[in-house]
Design a protein around this ligand. Sequence first.
Ligand code: SAH
Ligand code: SF4
Ligand code: F3S
Length: 474
Amino acid sequence: MNATTTKASAPAAAPQRQQQRGSYWITTFGCQMNKADSERMAGILEGMGFKPASDEHRADLVLYNTCTIRDNAEQKVYSYLGRQAQRKRANPHLTLVVAGCVAQQEGASLLRRVPELDLVMGPQHANRLDVLLTQVENGQQVVATGEHHILEDITTARRDSQVCAWVNVIYGCNERCTYCVVPSVRGAEQSRLPQAIRLEMEGLAARGFKEITLLGQNIDAYGRDLPGITPEGRRQHTLTDLLHQVHDVEGIERIRFATSHPRYFTERLIDACAELPKLCEHFHIPFQSGDDAVLKAMARGYTVERYRRILERIRHRMPDAAISADVIVAFPGETDVQFRRTLTLIEEIGFDQVNTAAYSPRPGTPAADWPDQLSEAVKVERLQELNALVERTARERSARYLGRIEQVLVEGSNPRDPSQRMGRTRTNRLTFFPASGPAKHPGGVGGRPSQPGDLVNVRIEQVRAFSLTGMPIS
Ligand code: SAH
Ligand code: SF4
Ligand code: F3S
């Protein structure tokens, strides 16, 4: 997973007594939950009077929001921390914070490993950053990793983009996939109330955001911890109901959600996505393995056949839908034949994008203790073969866009070529195009160069495995 930096984009609501403090820097590792948490923590820091720093190595407060999904993600954090610990020895005023999943996993033992740390805080404490920092300012070294009921968002989740925002709908995960550390670091499922989610979306719309991605580690579990049964005898709060409740927020043009779990993905949900116009035709549904015995050992709770049926249904209702997934290779005991079944499934489905990883044993997970671990060489070899196939299928899927007109939501400029705009299709393909179109149709949007937040129709002229280039049309 890549590390990303979070610059706060707009100041959070100003508190009544704002103290002048120094500058802050946040580096985020891991998944979208961490990115969403980082944005809220940036909002809290700004509310406390911190200003964004322009350089990680000059900031007065450095916060690493960490990931422990695989060993390499965790090790990366230690190398970043080593450099900051050294800096702190020369400059004791530096405040060093480790947040996120490594913090939760290691807790107080992180302090023994890196005594320079001021604050170690698990993901459930992200919204309490101000309280915890006050304790630090009072001279304490703080560890906050206890089970915590997540407070309603006090600042709004923001993204470096001014156009697309994330909104958490369910925290934590109650599944027990045998390879996965997430339930132990993110805790039990906690769904937010639909009214709170809608309110947050309305607030984002009022600030000009156009696209919302609803987030959960297992978003299909949304609502199962909330009370309420309908007169027909089913749960009152499901993801499908939530989509119906929030899709008409004025100003929001597109809605996405992630991550879906094949065990709980329902036909009702597919139907809602087909019927509600703002729901985008992109589904991220990890399948992890194309072999039933491996899926069983992973405790995933579905078969390859069930996964196929879900995709058939999606494509029946939305023939052009993009499908992405996550896959693990070299799970303990995976034979070559079983690995080939994963390749077959990818070829057969034709995924638009697949996130791939070699199995990495994680502390406290059942599979880490199994005797049939595979060698590094097998992991590397399988991953390479898989990645080549993923790229080929993505390229084949991209080919269908050639010559088509796609609606692109402009997110900003292409960092490699500022004369180009960058955005995504409804199916989530990254698309580049000139800010101003040909003289006849300058910009394609009322004659002016397109701006972030515009929906632009783009004729696709070049296709690559994971991105497209085109020309705006009026
Ligand atoms: N909740 C999501 C994904 C959570 S973690 C789901 O159920 O699919 C993101 C991805 O990391 C997983 O989909 C899986 O492919 C990968 N992953 C998780 N644990 C891993 C491990 N121990 N080794 C390698 N990859 C892992
Ligand atoms: Fe991990 Fe499984 Fe939960 Fe996903 S559903 S976060 S893979 S335990
Ligand atoms: Fe990593 Fe934690 Fe997300 S372990 S993938 S940051 S939930």
